[in-house]
Design a protein around this ligand. Sequence first.
Ligand SMILES: [Zn+2]
Length: 155
Amino acid sequence: MGSSRLMRNVANVANLSTPLGLLVALATRSRLRRVDGLLVAEGARLRLPATALTIGSVVLVPKRTLAEALERIPGLLEHEDQHAWQYAYCLGLPFVPAYFVAAGWSWLRSGDRATANHFEVQAGLELGGYRVGRLRTVRKGLVDLRARLPWSRGA
Ligand SMILES: [Zn+2]
């Protein structure tokens, strides 16, 4: 592990994101091991619409081993490693609301949570197993959003 990665991991302990990740790993009865400067929590008993979820420097892999996840998405660990950096530069847990705002923006711009999401783009869409969607105007996104609101059904 390089010294910059060590610094990142120390920062993610201090900013409490890695301790939170460890709590989630514990609560979901994962098996923990160190891989390339990350803590990988395999077999997490967690329902997720994704192959992995990074919290601090902890990569949670629901219901699978890392090897099985890497078989599906070979660039996954490299992608999640970038998310660990993002926690460090967001000073920890502010990453979570920032991520949701970015995912909402991406949905407006593309109809999915990744294509125009700053954090996913920076971590590498293809590495993370995302298909790269097509961008649309914010106006089109707002029209789509309006059509999906429950009170606009049948209108
Ligand atoms: Zn990602």
